[in-house]
Design a protein around this ligand. Structure first.
Ligand code: URP
Ligand code: ZN
Ligand code: ZN
Ligand code: ZN
Length: 509
């Protein structure tokens, strides 16, 4: 009876027998050219389960995916997103569900989102972010933690956050009165990062100066979105970038500058790297391709939709950022995807300081970078892979699980068809907001397929979305090697008191 009842469910319906260990289906990607950060070559890729099993000639599997005429690249990693972020009195409209679908359709298979602690601290906020992502994400995801103040609670929680698989802590030098931290708080947190083997990230703008300039322009009656750009000139970014690097150096920790938008900030990063300081810079696809004239548009909505911090710059800064990517002084291209609807932006009519800061780009980062970077010869395809995937995987300590096409790596890949083209438009995007800052951009080079851990989650022309909740959390371990090297060097070069015996001392003092 016991045996029988186990096989027969309620109302006598048969229940499946415990299965034999199921053979995982294998897939071969055939006929493509693999583009890695370090080389380009022709080979088939065998995927078993969620990982790459083999790379070579004439591989066979249960299923075949045609990559004839296409390039196979590691899935994109966007290290800077704010999905459903509560910010400036509202919440970013892009959800985890729509945002991760948008990401996959554009070839991005992993997003790293910023957890902002509320009054209940870092761990409570992390639970909140976990919950939203777990239910909705169709792409894999990982988290950065923000440090928005300093106390014993912050000190203690950081260790627990690292134990939960987060090795990066972001600091805002701007947003005075909200998220901003001062130099002493940042120094304390950076030292804590050093001790934990974590990497501090910095939003570098001089927040005191921005606040003062905002008040100055409002008082002068300059209330439109152009005031946003005037109140955050490149110098305030350059100064803060330099200060963040100096504080990190004093704390003995590497530092990663998010959304590097200007020559002034790039110059500070370049100079520090020449001195052997470990600093990374992350330009956004928006700053590489859009400029400040957007804020002078006579349509208020058009200008406000493009309000983000740092603002878009004079065109001359774009050359500097592109040069940094090919020269290696800047390492990563991100989006800072933080998408608000036009209606949300309109809160700032009559006062530009109230316009929620943020723009979208998750879906367009790879195609726009390909069109404006590779198609123009500013970047090689290998450099494209480096700055959209491999470099960030290495910086975040998840390489080669992510960011690589190697046996054993997660089978996160994009089968990239250089011949596919489209004109970017809000009317056809996956993002749920009502406009697109790249509207009208013609791009050629798009995903034919996007694979996430071996599953084809998007194919060209697909409108149905992959299953929400299929995305997995990617935990990231701390970086013992870097902190050890830096602390060793700090110890060797630390100030030391000079030993003086009586004979070396002045007499009678
Ligand atoms: O304007 C921006 N960048 N919004 C998102 C928050 C941030 O500063 O990264
Ligand atoms: Zn201050
Ligand atoms: Zn920021
Ligand atoms: Zn951001």
């Amino acid at each position: 009876w016991a045996r029988l009842s186990r096989r027969v469910g309620a109302k006598g319906t048969p229940v499946a027998r415990p299965r034999e260990k199921e053979k995982t289906m294998s897939t071969v990607i055939k006929g493509g050219t693999i583009v890695a950060a370090d080389r380009t070559y022709e080979a088939d890729i065998l995927i078993e389960g969620e990982t790459i099993a083999a790379i070579g000639k004439d591989l066979k599997g249960d299923k075949t995916l045609d990559a004839e005429g296409a390039l196979i690249m590691p899935g994109g990693i966007d290290p800077h997103t704010h999905l459903e972020m509560p910010f400036m009195g509202t919440t970013a409209a892009e959800t985890w569900e729509s945002g991760t679908f948008a990401a996959l359709s554009g070839g991005t298979t992993l997003v790293v989102d910023f957890v902002i602690p509320g009054p209940d601290g870092m761990l409570a906020a992390l639970e909140d972010w976990h919950g939203k992502a777990k239910r909705q994400a169709s792409a894999d995801y990982s988290f950065h933690m923000c440090v928005t103040g300093w106390s014993k609670q912050h000190f203690d929680e950081m260790e627990k956050v690292v134990a939960r698989g987060i090795n990066t802590f972001k600091h805002f030098m701007a947003y005075k009165g909200a998220l901003m931290v001062n130099d002493d708080e940042m120094f304390a947190s950076f030292q804590r990062c050093a001790a934990l083997g974590a990497l501090p990230l910095v939003h570098a703008e001089n927040g005191d100066l921005v606040a003062a300039l905002q008040q100055k322009y409002l008082a002068e009656g300059l209330t439109g979105p152009e005031g946003h750009a005037y109140s955050r000139p490149p110098e305030v970014e350059g100064e803060a970038t330099n200060r963040a690097i100096m504080i990190a150096d004093a704390a003995g920790v590497p530092v990663y500058i998010v959304h590097t938008s200007s020559e002034q900030a790039h110059e500070a990063i370049r100079r520090a790297r020449q001195k052997g300081i470990r600093v990374f810079g992350e330009p956004l696809i928006q700053h590489l391709t859009l400029d400040e004239t957007e804020y002078f548009n006579r349509q208020w909505d058009h200008a406000a939709q493009r309000v983000m911090s740092p603002p878009f710059r004079d065109k001359s800064h774009q050359d500097s950022l592109w040069a940094g990517l090919s020269a290696g002084s800047l390492q990563v291209v991100a989006t800072d995807h933080c998408a608000f609807t036009t209606e949300q932006k309109r809160v700032g009519v009559g006062n530009f300081t109230k316009i929620p800061n943020g723009t979208g780009g998750l879906e367009d980062r790879m195609p726009v970078l390909w069109a404006k970077g590779v198609e123009t010869g500013r970047l090689t395809p290998n450099e494209f892979v480096a700055v959209t995937s491999t470099n960030i995987a290495q910086i975040l300590n998840i390489y080669p699980q992510k960011g690589a096409i190697l046996p054993g790596s997660d089978a996160d890949m994009v089968v990239w068809d250089p011949k596919l083209s489209k004109t970017i438009s809000a009317a056809t995007q996956k993002s749920i907001i009502d406009y697109n800052v790249f509207e009208g951009f013609k791009v050629s080079g798009l995903p034919r397929y996007t694979l996430s851990r071996g599953e084809v989650v998007w194919s060209e022309g697909q409108n149905s979305q992959p299953r929400p909740g299929r995305g997995k959390l990617v935990e990231r371990r701390p970086f013992p090697a870097v902190s050890k090297a830096l602390s060793q060097w700090k110890e060797l070069t630390a100030p030391r008191a000079v030993t003086r015996s009586a004979e070396h001392m002045p007499i009678g003092v």
